[in-house]
Design a protein around this ligand. Structure first.
Ligand SMILES: Cc1cc2nc3c(=O)[nH]c(=O)nc-3n(C[C@H](O)[C@H](O)[C@H](O)COP(=O)(O)OP(=O)(O)OC[C@H]3O[C@@H](n4cnc5c(N)ncnc54)[C@H](O)[C@@H]3O)c2cc1C
Length: 321
């Protein structure tokens, strides 16, 4: 484990935003994680945050008076296969590497995740999903470290034990659990199935490149699309022309990007933070954006939503204070 004191979070997070943390504990293995937890107990550190690549986080610019444990891709890959279609990886491995490796080994099932950023551990915690796939569909089990007690324990959790829901799991609700590693059960593919899976994987990567503002640091979707029937009805009462898109294009939801666009906020900029001109659900960092710039933009959108519909949007991104 590497210990870095007064480390600048903007140097390690995807968004390139965030102040200093008292301790940054960089972990490349299960042993590193055990050491990091021991360090936290020994120093009586009360404030702790676990991260991976930071692709879904906004850390404030303030001093984080605690420790950030970052699980990173190990120098030597931990991605292993067992001949039965089971692939295993450390929580800090990049999910995209796992998907690529599985396809190279003739295994299918994870191709929906082509181009989805982030680590394996965070993916399990949040049950990440895209294009109709979700991580829970292939997850066999995961090693979970529970650090809520004086003596932390590491236990194997089955798919069922993890209590997956839409973009969530028991790890998300429990809050003091960490995904050390995970195993996925994949299908050994025929040549034709494999070719189809590879095509799907590549198409998803291309689609993300086309539609997402990947040329700038960002934190993924800032807001959740609207799913609540009452909220959808409210939006349609103000913008009846969205009805067809809700039914045919947005799978029964209201795309918040379309609302932001309608409010004329697409491209709106505060400091170096900008509501992306390419996709209004993203707020990009044009160079030196601060969390304050981003949070002000979020407030601006929230105010508009409150004023127009009388409710606030739910954040998809996590703000860490
Ligand atoms: C351009 C872009 C596109 C995206 N598209 C999608 C998409 O299509 N679908 C989707 O679901 N998400 C999407 N996301 C969000 C992001 O990919 C996921 O949330 C991803 O799982 C985050 O991984 P991370 O390693 O960056 O986690 P971080 O952002 O570092 O952390 C996210 C959360 O996971 C927790 N965490 C991290 N590692 C662990 C661990 N080992 N154990 C326990 N908790 C942990 C953190 O505490 C935090 O609460 C997108 C993001 C971006 C930037």
């Amino acid at each position: 484990m590497q210990i870095k004191a007064d480390a600048l979070l903007s140097n390690i997070l995807w968004y390139h935003i965030g102040g200093k943390t008292k301790y940054l504990l960089v972990c490349q293995s299960k042993q590193d994680i055990v050491q990091a937890i021991a360090f936290i107990k020994e120093k009586h550190i009360k404030k702790l945050f676990v991260c991976g690549q930071g692709t879904n986080l906004i850390f404030t610019d303030l001093y984080f008076d605690g420790a950030v444990i970052q699980l990173v891709k190990p120098d030597t890959s931990t991605i292993t296969l067992d001949g039965e279609g089971i692939i295993e990886a450390f929580g800090g491995e990049v999910l995209g590497d796992l998907v690529k490796e599985s396809l190279e080994q003739g295994l299918i099932g994870l191709e929906w995740a082509g181009g989805l950023p982030g680590t394996v551990g965070a993916g399990v915690r949040g049950n990440v999903g895209a294009y109709g796939g979700e991580l829970k569909d292939n997850l066999l089990d995961a090693l979970i470290l529970d650090y809520s007690t004086d003596i932390p324990t590491v236990q194997k959790f089955s798919n069922q034990d993890l209590q997956f829901v839409y973009r969530g799991s028991i790890i998300k609700t429990h809050k003091q659990m960490l995904v050390v590693s995970a195993r996925f059960a994949l299908k050994k593919a025929t040549d034709q199935e494999l070719q189809e899976a590879k095509n799907t994987y590549e198409q998803h990567i291309l689609s993300r490149q086309r539609n997402h503002p990947l040329e700038y640091p960002n934190c993924g979707s800032v807001f959740k699309n609207l799913r609540e029937p009452l909220q959808i009805a409210k939006v349609l009462s103000v913008y009846p022309d969205f009805k067809e898109d809700v039914e045919k294009k947005w799978y029964g939801k209201v795309a918040v990007a379309a609302l932001i666009d309608r409010w004329g906020l697409k491209g709106h900029r505060i400091g170096d933070a900008q509501i992306s001109e390419k996709h209004a659900l993203f707020i990009v960092n044009l160079g030196h954006a601060t969390s304050n710039d981003v949070l002000q933009l979020i407030d601006k959108v929230q105010e508009k939503c409150q004023e127009e519909f009388g409710f606030q949007l739910e954040l998809e991104v996590e703000v860490v204070r």
